[in-house]
Write a protein that binds this ligand. Sequence first.
Ligand code: 1GP
Length: 244
Amino acid sequence: MKVKEYLKNKLKQGAVHITLIDPSRQLPEAAGRLARTAQEVGSDLVLIGSASAAGQRVLLETATAVRKKTTLPVIFLPAGSDSISFNLDALLFLSMLNSRNTRFVSTAHARIALVLKRLAVETISAGYILIEPGMKVGELGEADLIARDNPWSAIGYALTAEFMGMDYVYLEAGNGAAQPVPAGMIRAVKRELSIPLIVGGGIRTAADARRVRQAGADIVITGTVIENAGYRERLRSILSALKE
Ligand code: 1GP
């Protein structure tokens, strides 16, 4: 089944959780184990990606190790890195709408679009909107970060993504952010939006996940939480808060 179809079906049942694995943070074998744990505790999909330049080799080895250990769909997030893997179920085709550098909006995409088509890679498009603090991906992506108290700007970009025909809107506080995207901003965007809303960055506890979900996130992405000791239980509690 296509990943887009899979996600659509999952969304009909409730909130969706995505586990982000950064190939530059652990050895491929450990990444495989994390993916298996994520599946065991109820995560719906694995996303492999990094804001830093994970080498091509480590990316491919991570993708292979993850695929070996999980039956979940595995998709690739090319943000920030020049490495690419086609050995996955789909590619999250992100356009960073509030970047000052067209490379992150569409230029890098134009360079690989024909290859993606020829290789019949499934692409899932999303308007990627960076909210303060934005962390490394905001910095590398030269984002004009949206202030945390400016929901109007977030609404404007989110509707831009919808009107451009993208599949999803993705509000990102940044990998390792101290706090998630503010609930008020998520609520304001959700109120205006007709396409599914992805929220990520800084979600580390069940309470964070619940707040983000109740504010209107359809899909929640967590990364850092699996990089610390006791991650299985943490992830389990995030999952039960999301699926309750
Ligand atoms: C995905 O960048 C996030 O949107 C992941 O952020 O590592 O803070 O969970 P965390």
